[in-house]
Design a protein around this ligand. Sequence first.
Ligand code: AMP
Ligand code: GLY
Length: 424
Amino acid sequence: MIVLVIGGGGREHAIVRKLKESKKIDHIYCAPGNGGIAKDAECVDIKATDLVRMLAFAKEHAVDFAVVAPDDPLVLGMVDAFEAAGIRTFGPDKKAAEIEGSKVFSKNLMKKYQIPTADYAVFDDPADVLRYIREKDQYPTVIKADGLALGKGVVIAQNLEEAEAAVHSIMEDKIFGASGNKVVVEEFLTGPEVSVLAFTDGNCIKPMISSMDHKRVFDGNLGPNTGGMGTIAPNPFYTEADAQVCMEKIFLPTIRAMKSEGRTFKGCLYFGLMLTPQGPKVIEYNCRFGDPETQVVLPLLKTDLFEIFEAIYENRLEELSIEWRDGAAACVVMASGGYPKKYITGLPITGLNPDGQLDGVTVYHAGTKLADDGGMQTAGGRVLGVTAVGADLPEALERAYAGVARIDFTAAHYRHDIGTAYHR
Ligand code: AMP
Ligand code: GLY
């Protein structure tokens, strides 16, 4: 079996390393991959959004099964293109990926099917948005660009000036391009945040172990939002009772809603939830594995990931029993100095073994490349996700941080408080 994983970050490294455990797979390609992934798979220099070249490569190299991991190729319809060419693929098709591709679509879906979420209104005219926000006069208020915005399309405005600035940059300056043609204005919710990734074939849904992301760049949840500075799994706030409520009121209703709309969702559906005083509510859906959630969830998976992918493809997820390890996992992201704003790349990374790993932890590479001398260099904002599993969360965290202490590159920075429960 020849498998192609599309993408090139820490999430894709975690997927590749898990797939490597499968006895069914003979060879793994990853496009574009990165320096660390190159130690585990054959990397191919094709951009994740280059549908034409990706498909041509897959045909030429007799790829049997493709895994489309990032949001943008999914929203562009890469799964549709592969399947039209007869290549079995993991991921939602273009119509189903709309659940992440358009916030207006996902909010309207939740409203129509009574799935709990923040109250909202949709606008396509900047003057109307500001009139609405002025009339409501309730802060903070949440303003979201409709389309994909590299995880940066959400503004929590504390007052009218901030709301005006957000509307101006999203709808008039178009800092996210056409993604800002429409905006959603939402009620501000409070409570601990939980990420639940779920396997689904469109009829059956099997949630994975819950996790918690840390989106802000600095300790104490300060500073701007990032793609995620670290994760833990399971999420200590998410109880068995929450899981039951979510299954009944959110998970099943969502896949049924998608099916009713003629947009059957197959793949990994990501539920970004908030445990509000009124119960769990959906903050956002993603049409893919989360990053860096995947880095803590997959190490706890006992079942062969490839068998799950095949079962989803063949619509027989229901029959499969998915097993998880006891214990916990923690991932600490080491980022380039300056991230999520300006940073430099090409800095040598010290402390790693020649295989890009380190004893006692798993190092998922997010932004690295192999230098000409064979050493590892930084190549992105988020550089490494240093991950460990333990009998419990404190043990996993201690191991992950022990790994971080042995790795270095100039101006490396990371959060020291991943997994500490000040969030409540
Ligand atoms: P997103 O890019 O949709 O994940 O949103 C980024 C972050 O903004 C979320 O992780 C939440 O912390 C926050 N957020 C989004 N929507 C709301 C809301 N309605 N109320 C409070 N916080 C929110
Ligand atoms: N960690 C958040 C995301 O993957 O969107």
